[in-house]
Design a protein around this ligand. Sequence first.
Ligand SMILES: [Zn+2]
Length: 129
Amino acid sequence: MKLPKFNGLKPVKCDDCGHSADFIRKIFSIGNVKNDKHCDDEVQGIISSHIRKSYGIAYVFFKTSNGKFYADSACCPKCQSTRIVFDIELTDDFLRQASKLTGKSVEELQRGIKVTAERIKKINEVRLH
Ligand SMILES: [Zn+2]
């Protein structure tokens, strides 16, 4: 089963030039990381530094889906920056779909999404320092 809260996460704006469409997504599948380490700041730091060095992508987001661990990134087609602002789509349709998939109520999901958003914000702040 997919994790719908992550499907609703999408690149919305380039933080460098303000461009807001046609971002190039690059998603890395990460092996050999235990499930309980997926949210570990140190683990994520090591992975993002590896991706930065190997692929020149400065900013990645981490997500877990079906027990698999991913790093997600977006690149601006205009200025090639990877400093892209991600936002969570909170449409009614999205929430209804997510509710159907997870068996959770829309209210529960909204709370979950808020927690996810805070977590992403926290990762972002760590990166920027
Ligand atoms: Zn740009």
